[in-house]
Write a protein that binds this ligand. Structure first.
Ligand code: NAD
Length: 544
């Protein structure tokens, strides 16, 4: 593959003779997301009569996309009232009945995926393949919790205060109504994958998606209702983050937040003030390590996916490439060639390799990080420029060399298609560079020796590590926890932790035959002596 992005794009424009941002050109955002569809979906928003309205724009074209009512703080209160009422009956159902809804949702989602792929592409500007990753992730979470919720939530027998005499069960009760706040970058996955285990555990959810991607969340809610979820159990409110977000936290029994570290801190403080728990899935500055013995072709292919999926607007995508000096030239030749060959595009069909950024704000950050770095002495190995010829928010996949710690792109999350390259001589040095960030979300290690890869992984300060994969291996392992260390967050989604966070543990102990106190004529002293003997006997018998 030797095409430059510009060459490849220019060729596709000439051959197709159509807007280069829409290869295939047959279906447009406007024809897929009609006013009737928007009006139908918008009815799922909890907002009063005469609510203020906001019109979103399609990133691919800049054209108006959806005119949506905005919820007020009073609407958020109303959403909680409805959710609380509905939650009581929902929680009273056997867990298997609730889990069956998730399993039906899984099947419906796979069957109707084209509808939501259009919406995701229209709202985010990502390619169809990157949108499909959301379907994959949401379906995997639905199936996992659909099958496993009952076992995660079942009562568990625990050792009692007194062997035989005390029967103790640990149970799991729903928290009540979960306040869920989600970002725009993975609108299906991040509205559904946390909500599903919350529902399975008997909770209701009041969800505030980002306004930019509300249609996708509203579609997912419609589908889950079709699968059997009582409509009021999932409330969706839409509005300005700093106004509606705090209102969501204000009434929640638990908060599930995904977004930036800056907002996450505010949410955590507000939740702490109310003494309610919160899980926080935040930003990252993720590193990919190419060890000296890596398969360089596989590593280069994986690194391209790691850096440029969803145009780098993926919390677990890679922004720092750490390469062993002995293979750096060879690896970079392969990696930059693959990067330059990526086909940029935004039609509502499979084919393009990388899509658009989502907003002016994202494009501004990406452009600023690249320009500042270049001004301060960094070298552009690939890309480096916005591409307004393709659409208002396109930017080339960009590889920077010679990046130093004073540059924003070195330390701050860019959240775009920009990666910088660093060389290392020893494994210790690689681990030190990888860990030299307050973030700790995801990392990736490439080596022919899987055992060595896992040994390096154990030294990396990130919640997930992928050995010989970019990010999908760990994220797709939905039975195992996913989340961040340090500034990347608190708590975990997926696995047991991903559902138990939405429950309160409750211990129920039943005492039989003898009370735990002086009785049957024992005075306090003899009772204490008896229990002392009892404790020694339990130790001798190996209890507790
Ligand atoms: P953001 O923090 O600006 O917004 C996230 C959500 O919070 C939005 O719905 C927003 O409206 C809302 N919000 C804004 N201010 C609020 C406030 N004061 N109180 C409550 N809610 C408020 O983040 P973003 O730019 O939309 O998303 C990108 C960020 O999300 C990146 O940093 C990315 O790494 C992170 N992210 C993390 C994960 C993960 O799993 N760790 C996944 C996706 C995205």
């Amino acid at each position: 593959m030797t095409d430059t992005t510009a060459d490849a794009q220019a060729r596709s424009t000439d051959e197709a003779g159509r807007n280069p941002a829409a290869p295939g050109g047959a279906r447009t955002v406007a024809s897929a997301v009609t006013p009737a569809l928007v009006a139908r979906l918008a009815r799922g928003i909890t907002a009063g009569e005469g609510a203020e309205r906001v019109t979103t724009a399609a990133p691919l074209t800049g054209e108006p996309l959806a005119d949506l009512p905005q919820s007020s703080p009073a609407d958020v209160e109303e959403a909680y009232r409805r959710a609380r009422r509905a939650q009581r009956d929902w929680a009273a159902l056997p867990v298997r009945r609730r889990a069956a809804v998730l399993l039906r949702f899984h099947d419906l989602l796979l069957a109707r995926q084209d509808e939501v792929l259009d919406l995701i592409q229209a709202e985010t500007g990502k390619t169809r393949l990157h949108a499909f990753e959301e379907v994959l992730a949401a379906a995997s979470a639905a199936r996992h919790y659909g099958r496993k919720a009952a076992s995660y939530l079942r009562d568990r027998r625990r050792g009692g205060a007194l062997p035989v005499l005390t029967h103790t069960l640990e149970g799991r009760r729903p928290k009540g109504v979960i306040g869920q706040i989600s970002p725009w970058n993975y609108p299906l996955e991040l509205s559904v994958s946390d909500a599903l285990p919350a529902f399975a555990a008997g909770n209701a959810v009041v969800n505030k998606p980002d306004t930019q991607t509300a249609l996708t969340a509203l579609w997912a809610r419609e589908l889950l209702v079709e699968a059997g979820l009582p409509a009021d159990v999932w409330q969706i409110v839409v509005g300005d983050g700093p106004v509606v977000g705090p209102a969501v936290v204000e009434h929640a029994d638990y908060v599930s937040f995904t977004g930036s570290t800056r907002t996450g801190r505010q949410v955590a403080q507000q939740a702490a003030g109310r003494l309610v728990g919160a899980s926080l899935e935040l930003g990252g500055k993720n590193a990919l390590l190419v060890l000296a013995d890596a398969d360089l072709d596989r590593a280069a292919e994986g690194a391209v996916r790691a850096c440029f999926s969803s145009a780098g607007q993926l919390c677990i995508s890679i922004e720092r490439l750490l390469v062993h000096r002995s293979v750096a030239d060879e690896f970079l030749a392969r990696f930059t060639a693959r990067t330059k060959a990526l086909r940029l595009g935004g039609g509502l069909a499979y084919g393009a390799d990388m899509g658009s950024l989502v907003s002016e704000r994202q494009l501004e950050t990406v452009t600023r990080h690249v320009e500042e770095a270049v001004k301060a002495g960094a070298t552009v190995l690939a890309g480096g420029r916005p591409r307004p010829d393709l659409g208002p928010l396109f930017h080339e996949p960009t590889v920077l060399d010679g990046v130093t710690p004073g540059m924003a792109v070195c330390t701050e999350e860019t959240f775009g298609p920009v990666v910088s390259v660093y060389r290392f001589d020893t494994e210790d040095e690689a681990v030190e560079i990888a860990n030299s960030t307050p973030y700790g979300l995801n990392s990736s290690v490439w080596t022919k020796d899987a055992r060595r890869g896992r040994a390096v992984a154990a030294r990396l300060h990130t919640g997930t590590v992928n050995v010989n994969e970019a990010y999908a291996a760990a994220y797709g392992s939905v039975a195992s926890p996913m989340g961040g260390m340090g500034d990347s967050g608190l708590g975990r989604r997926h696995g047991a932790e991903g559902i138990l966070r939405f429950t309160e543990a409750q211990t129920v102990s039943t005492q039989r035959l003898l009370p735990i106190g002086p009785s049957h004529g024992l005075d306090d002293e003899r009772f204490a002596a008896l229990l002392t003997t009892g404790l020694r006997a339990m130790k001798a018998l190996g209890f507790r």
